[in-house]
Design a protein around this ligand. Structure first.
Ligand SMILES: Cc1cc2nc3c(=O)[nH]c(=O)nc-3n(C[C@H](O)[C@H](O)[C@H](O)COP(=O)(O)OP(=O)(O)OC[C@H]3O[C@@H](n4cnc5c(N)ncnc54)[C@H](O)[C@@H]3O)c2cc1C
Length: 481
């Protein structure tokens, strides 16, 4: 067995692990990072940026958001079911973290909303191209370079397997390198940052009841199978609920031109299998709300429905709602996409000449859908008496052919599982800190209660970078003592 010695082992190099490593090294500790994958950055390589509150960008852009406002909003949203001290520390540090990242060479485009009803807390990382997915990979690269500059060692393709605890304190970490050799690193502190269990079907089923690929369409990078959760629990850390970071999914769109997903994610008429409306569709833009709504319908499915005039209007004028992930309002490739889906025998999209036929094909209650469409068309001429949908999104369904797509619960992986305090110390169910054990990012993200807080976007990467730093500070202080 190969042996090494250091003060702190950071387990994983996603944004929380990278921030923990840089912060601990800046604070004078010697650090080794163990990473399972061949690259650093974890899931954040797919994302766009972290939350910041009270940043210079918000001030420059005259955006009215303060730590006090965000904190109160957050605590009300979560019904005070979460650790107020941790939320406060995270929010309070978030503006300084944006500057800390800038000092490492990260640049930001500014502060943005995810959808109109959200706050502009999403700090999108600047890249060498226009705003879009994967921007945060530039942040990860800058963090990695800084870590190397500070003397942090990285062992890639070397997953941590077990924590060594002696006399109740962290004493080391066991890992296996890419050649299959066992490694033992003696250390005083370990920081677990392994990104949850989004790719572990069994754990998701056991902890949340969802079946991946059947009633849950969760995207997670391979390797996020709950290693950190299991190591922390085995070492005595308390267990908190593991939940899905919900974001609804329009099935079968991945391989199709973007116009298809863009059309069906508009605030169209949304019904369940019973043929009934289920929400004010204005709120469909909040992917967490949409996923929540769908997850308590019959068979956990809803249908987004449009007619030919609506598609024509979207193609002519652009869609009503764009996002920074789907920035292009042009959906002129919609028909081409539907043709491809039909040629591929897709069971996720349905096309029909009447509402009755559409309901039959999709498996929606026929009589009820006909009544719902009748009522909905009436609301389009007056007001939405059922759910108070905004007038500008009310468009009648009258011109054949009619189209519908299935909407399913989805997510960005799991959140939560390891009990921590505001210093990111892993604590037992008796709320006692396990000396030398820290946890940050997704594994410890217990702050949303049952629903991801999309109204303050950038929240999960924001939690990762800020708790990574807090864990790094706390661990560096502990090993110094
Ligand atoms: C498509 C997509 C877009 C997103 N966009 C945003 C966004 O714009 N803003 C936002 O706030 N959030 C976003 N998120 C969520 C965000 O990416 C996560 O909150 C963030 O990456 C969590 O960071 P983390 O360090 O906790 O874990 P991760 O980034 O998931 O990293 C975990 C790391 O742990 C490693 N690992 C696992 N097991 C072991 C082991 N045993 N030993 C060593 N290493 C191990 C993995 O290989 C991985 O590198 C997005 C997520 C997805 C999927």
């Amino acid at each position: 067995m190969k042996t090494y010695d250091t003060q702190i082992v950071v387990i994983a190099a996603g944004p929380s692990g990278l921030c923990a490593a840089v912060q601990a090294a800046e604070d004078g500790a010697s650090v080794i990072v163990l990473e399972k994958a061949a690259t650093v950055g974890g899931a954040a390589n797919m994302g766009m940026g972290p939350l910041g509150i009270g940043t210079k960008y918000q001030k420059q852009q005259m955006i009215d958001i303060s730590v006090e406002k965000a904190f109160n909003m957050f605590m009300e949203y979560t019904h005070y079911m979460v650790d107020a001290r941790l939320v406060k520390r995270y929010f309070e540090q978030s503006a300084e973290t944006i500057e800390w990242l800038e000092d490492l060479g990260v640049e930001f485009e500014g502060a943005f909303r995810y959808f109109p009803k959200s706050e502009a807390t999403w700090h999108i990382v600047k890249t060498d191209r226009s705003i879009g997915p994967r921007a945060a990979s530039f942040m990860n690269k800058a963090l990695y370079s800084k870590a190397l500059e500070l003397g942090v060692s990285f062992m890639m393709e070397t997953p941590a397997k077990k924590l060594l605890i002696e006399e109740g304190k962290v004493a080391g970490v066991l890992a296996v390198n890419k050649n299959g050799e066992e490694i033992k690193i003696s250390c005083k502190a370990a920081i677990i940052c392994t990104g949850g269990a989004g790719a572990n079907k069994e754990l998701i089923k056991q902890e949340t009841g969802f079946t991946q690929g059947v009633d849950m369409f969760n995207f997670a990078i391979p390797g996020l199978v709950g290693d950190g959760l299991k190591m922390a629990w085995e070492a005595g850390a308390g267990k908190t609920p593991v939940r899905i970071e919900m974001a609804a999914n329009i099935e079968g769109c991945d391989e199709l031109p973007q116009g298809v997903s863009n059309v069906f994610s508009q605030p169209n008429l949304l019904v369940n299998k019973l043929g009934k409306r289920v929400m004010n569709e204005d709120h469909m833009q909040n992917a967490t709300y949409l996923s929540n709504v769908v997850s308590h319908q019959k068979d956990k499915v809803c249908y987004s429905i449009v007619d030919t005039s609506i598609i024509k209007a979207y193609i002519r004028n652009g869609v009503d709602v764009v996002s920074l992930v789907r920035t292009n309002p042009d959906v002129s490739d919609f028909y081409e996409g539907i043709k491809i889906a039909q040629e591929n025998g897709s069971k996720d999209f349905f096309v029909a000449d009447t509402i009755e036929e559409l309901a039959e094909k999709a498996g929606i209650n026929v009589e009820s859908l006909v009544n719902t469409v009748d009522d909905y068309n009436d609301y389009c001429d007056s007001v939405d008496e059922e759910f108070f949908k905004e007038k500008k999104y009310l468009r009648p369904l009258s011109k054949a052919p009619f189209y519908c797509a299935k909407v399913r619960p989805g997510g960005y992986g799991t959140v939560g599982g390891v009990r921590i305090n505001e210093n990111c110390e892993a604590i037992t169910d008796e709320f006692e800190a396990i000396p030398g054990l820290y946890c940050a990012g997704t594994d410890a993200c217990n702050i949303y209660d049952d629903s991801y807080m999309f109204l303050l976007p950038g929240n999960s990467m924001g939690f990762a970078v800020n708790t990574g730093r807090i864990a790094g500070m706390s661990a560096a202080e502990y090993v110094e003592e």
